[in-house]
Ligand binder design. Structure first.
Ligand code: F6P
Length: 320
């Protein structure tokens, strides 16, 4: 292969820049040209691209978001959009593509692969719902953001004997909420994977106040409900003053953690090496500390990555 391309697609996350940098620099070191495509699949359809040099990726490693920018591209889901994207790649002389993104982006990558363009996917999404990888890029940074927010909220909650209901992202996956509960010492996590009993939560809140605990933090994964609704129900049931914080996109930004930077470097290099070796139509993933390949076909047809049931159990046990 003489020329490959890289794009970031779907919801951004921290570590995408570090992954693009790794792809560009590993590619150039292996004597291939690397093209950066702007604005994800939309940019592929609109031919927004540039030749990358080592300098193009200077000073981006530590920045959150993606300097290539991203988009959620509906046109890619149409036959005409897919054909245009593939034709444009071929027209640019691109012989292989690296897609950095979540499940929708990997689906797009698989579709392009089926059109005969070699593709490798790099899993990147704060939700940690992509199967065949223990961690996706951006998850660790998002968790650190959530934990830092909860640490701050505990300070002010303790000053006023308050309960805070904090909503985290994650779509249908409660991973962020449950791991952040363990890591921050929050008291409750409401996640879509497990039923929750609001009566019991209210009972526990009453007990905590009787015991003189100065604060209680309830993390609600967005897939489990709206923080405001939960807070309203708690107020109706026990009359406690609660405050609501929806962390929203705050979780997705910020400088990537060392874990995400290292993962990005390992994913980026493995993606280029395997593309050049002819191991394509695959996703790189972290499996028990090693970088392993899984067929994109298997990835896009699998259920979302399930939460290890040990995690909610641990969260419950330690939050008393
Ligand atoms: O998939 C990543 C994610 O941040 C989800 O957790 C969230 O539900 C969604 O994207 C938000 O999407 P958007 O950035 O389009 O508002």
């Amino acid at each position: 292969m003489k020329r490959i391309a890289v794009l970031t697609s779907g919801g951004d996350c921290s570590g995408m820049n570090a992954a693009v940098r790794a792809v560009v620099r590993a590619g150039l070191a292996m004597q291939v040209d690397v093209i950066g495509i702007y604005k994800g699949y939309q940019g592929l359809i609109d031919r927004l691209y540039e030749n990358m040099t080592t300098k193009s990726v200077s000073n981006v490693l530590q920045r959150g978001g993606t300097f290539l920018q991203s988009a959620r591209c509906l046109e890619m889901k149409t036959e005409a959009g897919l054909r245009l994207a593939t034709d444009n790649l071929k027209g640019m002389g691109v012989e292989g593509l690296i897609v950095i993104g979540g499940d929708g982006s990997l689906n797009g990558g698989y579709a392009i692969h089926q059109q005969g363009v070699p593709v490798i996917g790099i899993p990147a999404s704060i939700d940690n719902d992509i199967p065949f990888t223990d961690m996706s890029l951006g998850v660790d940074t998002a968790l650190n953001n959530i934990v830092a927010a909860v640490d701050n909220l505990k300070d002010t909650a303790s000053s006023h004997d308050r309960a805070f209901v904090v909503e985290t992202m994650g779509r249908g996956c409660g991973y962020l909420a449950v791991v952040a509960t363990i890591a921050s010492g929050a008291e409750f996590s409401l996640i879509p994977e497990e039923p929750y009993d609001l009566e019991q939560i209210c009972e526990d809140l009453r007990r905590r106040y009787r015991e003189g605990r100065s604060n209680s933090i309830i993390l609600v994964a967005e897939g489990a409900g709206k923080a405001q609704d939960i807070a309203d129900q708690i107020k109706d049931k026990i009359g406690f003053e609660t405050r609501v914080i929806v962390l929203g996109h705050y979780q997705r930004g910020g400088s990537p953690t060392v874990f995400d930077r290292l993962l990005a470097a390992r994913f980026g290099q493995a993606a280029v090496e395997n593309l050049l070796k002819g191991n394509h139509g695959k996703m790189v993933g972290l499996q028990s500390a090693d970088i392993k390949l899984t067929d994109l076909e298997k990835v896009v047809n699998a259920e979302s990555r399930p939460i290890d049931p040990m995690l909610p159990q641990l969260a419950n046990r330690l939050s008393v």
